[in-house]
Design a protein around this ligand. Structure first.
Ligand code: AMP
Length: 420
């Protein structure tokens, strides 16, 4: 009886080489660009107490209402696999009494129980940066610039930047009642979800993809039209700072973003290469979040970028035909000892290399090893034969061109560095 094959859970993915290596390269770029802007990495747990997200992301947001992986552990604790990064960062900053202002970044897995499709997974990677304790529009503009620079680093130069301001505690209540009045007259056009949103968080109706809802909000009053003088001034600074850099953006008044905690500036990056899920990432200001966690009033802004979607939007880089890998090939068991020592020496010199030990068990040892090296996509074979050893050289066979050259043993590392 054969055992049944197992499959991965819906909405997850296996990243196998070379895709796993591409993914790590994207993460390395994330850390490097974040470092350039002065962000230091924070590593928080992948699960948190449910309250961390229920309190912050909002009782009304889809992420909280529908998409959380929420479970009880064996001691009946109410836990959540983190659906996003910011609330955990704020929790950790307060719990660890980190000095503010602080610039923090994170890269890691996040979980949302959505309907999987291209660019939407149940476990996905995010890069996030948070500027905590920074109050001005200059910071918001620098965060927008950070995302554009990160994408540019990966060859994504065609993303669109959308930007708006959704106001603050001062101006939002007035706007909210204006919007509710407007939508109340169009209830027959709203989907059941939006009727609930109308009660709880009417701005979320702008997010709805249902056509009748889109029509209903098309001419609705927008938050930017009702900004208080302080919010209007803040937004003017953001625009001025972006204009001064020559960064191209579009004002989009429907951009309210899916999380409850944003105030003032919100922004989003879009890519036409992504299809229906066209948001590469986004962020905004969240000046009230620290208070919601029982902390001191702390202005803050941040953004998060999806790593899978970033990879989908990247221009395809052709996989190199050969890997940076050498196979140390030996003639007979008599040279194996020398081959192992050479391999250790090459590795110490930074040359990735392998030996096909299983050739010991076959008759045509040399042929078996070269075939194995070729199958692994190695760049070259370093041949350790009795003749080579007697003359103090190694033969190096380039597996791309098939060419073979003799290299003096004492310069083998330098030689391999230059050819691999
Ligand atoms: P959000 O935290 O919803 O603002 O999402 C920020 C970014 O994370 C999005 O623009 C996507 O790039 C990415 N993202 C969010 N949800 C998912 C998901 N379910 N699957 C893959 N990427 C996602």
């Amino acid at each position: 009886m054969s055992a049944a094959k197992q499959s991965r859970p819906k909405g997850t993915q296996d990243l196998v080489p070379p895709e796993s290596e591409r993914r790590r390269a994207v993460e390395a770029a994330a850390r490097s660009v974040a470092g350039r802007f002065g962000f230091r990495e924070i590593i928080t747990p992948t699960f948190e107490h449910a309250d961390v997200f229920v309190k912050s992301s909002g009782e009304t947001s889809d992420v909280v209402l529908k998409e959380m992986y929420r479970f009880k552990d064996r001691a009946d604790r109410d836990l959540v696999l983190r659906p996003e990064g910011t609330p955990g960062v704020v929790r950790a900053v307060l719990e660890n009494n980190l000095a503010l202002p602080a610039r923090l970044c994170y890269v890691g897995p996040f979980f949302r129980y959505g309907r999987p499709q291209k660019g939407r997974l149940r476990e996905f990677g995010q890069l996030g940066v948070e500027a905590l304790g920074e109050a001005t529009g200059w910071t918001d503009a620098e965060l927008v610039t950070f995302g554009v620079e990160f994408f540019a680093e990966l060859g994504i130069t065609d993303c669109r930047v959308l930007l708006t301001s959704i106001g603050c505690r001062e101006c939002r209540p007035g706007y909210r009642s204006q919007l509710v009045d407007y939508l109340a007259g169009r209830k027959d056009q709203l989907c059941p979800d939006c009727l609930v949103r109308l009660e709880r968080n009417p701005m979320r109706v702008f997010d709805c993809k249902v056509e009748t809802c889109r029509v209903a909000v098309a001419d609705a009053p927008k938050p930017r039209g009702r900004l208080c003088p302080a919010c209007a001034e803040h937004f003017a600074v953001v625009r001025q700072a972006l204009d001064a850099r020559g960064l191209v953006y579009e004002i989009d008044d429907r951009l309210v973003r899916g999380l409850d905690y944003y105030s003032r500036t919100t922004f989003e990056y879009l890519s036409a290469r992504l299809g229906a899920q066209d948001s590469l990432g986004g962020g905004g200001r969240y000046d009230y979040l620290f208070e919601e966690f029982g902390g001191p009033a702390t202005p803050a802004a941040g953004l998060a970028i999806g790593l899978e979607r970033t990879m989908l939007a990247m221009p395809g880089t052709p996989e190199p035909a050969r890997r940076r890998l050498a196979f140390v090939v030996w003639f007979s068991a008599a040279e194996l000892d020398h081959a192992v020592k050479l391999a250790d020496r090459l590795r110490a010199g930074g040359i990735p290399c392998r030996i096909d030990f299983d050739a010991l068990g076959v008759e045509k040892k040399f042929k078996h090893q070269v075939k194995a090296a070729d199958a692994q996509g190695a760049g070259c074979c370093v041949i350790v034969g009795p003749d080579e050893l007697a003359r103090g050289v190694y033969s190096v066979k380039d597996l791309g061109s098939g060419e073979q050259t003799e290299v003096p043993a004492n310069i083998i590392i330098e030689h391999l560095r230059s050819v691999l």
